[in-house]
Ligand binder design. Structure first.
Ligand SMILES: NC(=O)c1ccc(NCc2ccccc2)nc1
Length: 249
């Protein structure tokens, strides 16, 4: 997968291209990255890429021309099949990013992420050169770069070989629509708190059931909304009934 970010701050992306599992995978050429700075497409000597908003109001707006040229430049770099590509604008006005959308994006050959700053970008860029607007949550941060990196990290976990066979994204909590179970490691006792005995039993069937019960219990108490739209397996229904009976007592 070839990911390009259109951004005024290319160096910010080093946190995902140089570190962690995503950094290692990029260094192994499992995925590729390039940043394009729209400032290089500003047609004035001073490199202006933002201007005051028509209609007045606070702040500045990113101008259409430099961004449009940057997106065109990104498209010329596409590898693989041009069809299998998407230009995405990160903004609070976008469609909320979901696990389903992450999976869909992980199948693409090329991804271009437009990162806005200031009050946003000229609407005509969105109308002519952007395929989708995506939000990573109902809050505003000072630029689209961090949301872009959040999206990249979530997507890259589903690109084959990024995580390697040990830890697979399919086992992530949201992969099966439930919250994750609690995790423990050595020492067996910490500040007087022991590790649940079941986890030291070596009985993998019971451990799996305990973990599923913990995931269901957490999901029921912290995010019951996730259970509304999720199909339950017979074992899950049985465990949920057991959990509900406990809380009714
Ligand atoms: N919730 C998000 O995904 C998100 C995306 C970008 C962003 N800040 C940049 C920006 C601000 C206003 C208009 C357009 C872009 N903040 C939050």
């Amino acid at each position: 997968m070839f990911i390009q970010a259109i951004t005024l701050f290319p160096e910010m992306f080093e946190s995902i291209t140089e570190y962690g599992v995503t950094g290692r995978a990029r260094k192994q050429d499992i995925w590729q990255f390039a940043a394009i700075n729209p400032r290089q497409f500003a047609d004035n000597k001073l490199g202006y890429i933002d201007d005051r908003p028509f209609g007045g109001g606070v702040g500045m707006v990113m101008m259409a021309e430099p961004l449009f040229c940057a997106i065109q430049a990104a498209k010329q770099q596409f590898s693989g099949s041009l069809k299998n590509s998407r230009v995405i604008y990160l903004s609070p006005q976008g469609q909320s990013l979901s696990h389903k959308k992450v999976l869909e994006l992980s199948q693409l050959d090329n991804l271009v992420l437009l990162c806005g700053r200031y009050e946003g970008v000229d609407e005509r860029v969105l109308q002519t050169a952007v395929d989708e607007e995506i939000s990573i949550g109902d809050f505003v941060v000072s630029g689209g770069e961090l949301p872009a990196m959040m999206l990249m990290d979530a997507v890259l976990r589903f690109v084959p070989n990024v995580l390697g066979e040990i830890a697979s994204a399919e086992q992530d909590s949201f992969a099966d629509g439930l919250l994750d179970y609690p995790h423990y490691t050595r020492p067996a006792e910490f500040q007087g708190m022991a590790v649940p005995d079941i986890l030291k039993s070596g009985n993998h069937a019971l451990i799996a059931e305990w973990r599923l019960e913990q995931s269901l219990r957490r999901t029921l108490t912290r995010r019951p909304d996730l259970l509304v739209s999720r199909e339950l397996l017979p074992q899950e229904t049985r465990l949920l009934d057991k959990i509900r009976q406990e809380s009714d007592e």
